[in-house]
Ligand binder design. Structure first.
Ligand SMILES: [Zn+2]
Length: 207
């Protein structure tokens, strides 16, 4: 049950709260917490989100909806195919080191257009638009890594891409320090479009 004033303060608490919210979403029992005028007013001066969610921009992957949360709960960063660049790393770092979020989630999903476009490019098909090379170039190493592991299913390859994205984030010095100090953990998740279910696919040790 949501206690409106309780903010998850540890990585384990934050993960449990996200998974509980996703369970409510999947089972049709959403509580829509923190979506009212009182919450808006309480947050006007400052925010203290309990998780950074870095996910694919896919319109079916709206973090506050699929985790049944509201204002001030999640610091959300999204790019197509959750590709990482300097802006993404700085945004995640802000959520962790300035806002104090104890958990960073990388959120991928099945039937991802970025994964599909990259796979098509690997197999000699032209990208849907020429300007998409920045996405394809950054997903490509993940699909190559999946290929080495003899993974041919694109949804399984998406999980490899989530893991590689976590690796990129945790190699970032400041975030690695926060993880090492136990202030923060990283978790990989994949989302199933058809039923809304989130699965934890990769994580470091949760302090
Ligand atoms: Zn996607």
């Amino acid at each position: 049950m949501i206690e409106p004033d309780h903010r998850p303060g540890t990585p384990a608490e934050a993960l449990a709260e996200l998974l509980a919210g996703n369970h409510r979403f999947v089972t049709g029992g959403r509580l829509h917490p923190h979506q009212d005028a009182e919450r808006r007013a309480a947050l006007a001066e400052a925010q203290r989100p309990f998780a950074v969610v870095f996910g694919c921009s896919d319109s079916r992957l709206a973090a506050e909806i699929i985790f049944d949360r509201g204002l001030g709960d999640l610091f959300v960063v999204r790019t197509a195919g959750h590709i990482v660049g300097p802006e993404v790393l700085a945004s995640i770092e802000y959520g962790v080191t300035v806002l104090g979020a104890p958990l960073v989630v990388v959120l991928g999903h099945d039937s991802c257009g970025a994964i599909r476009a990259t796979f098509d490019a690997m197999t000699g098909n032209p990208p849907p638009a020429p300007g998409l090379s920045a996405i394809i170039d950054r997903v490509l190493p993940s699909l190559r890594a999946a290929n080495v592991q003899q993974i041919t299913d694109l949804d399984e390859a998406a999980a490899v891409h989530v893991q590689r994205t976590i690796d990129q984030i945790t190699q970032h010095t400041t975030l690695a320090e926060a993880v090492t100090a136990g202030q923060c953990a990283t978790v990989g998740m994949t989302y199933r479009l058809a039923d809304g279910h989130v699965t934890v696919t990769a994580s470091v040790t949760i302090p």
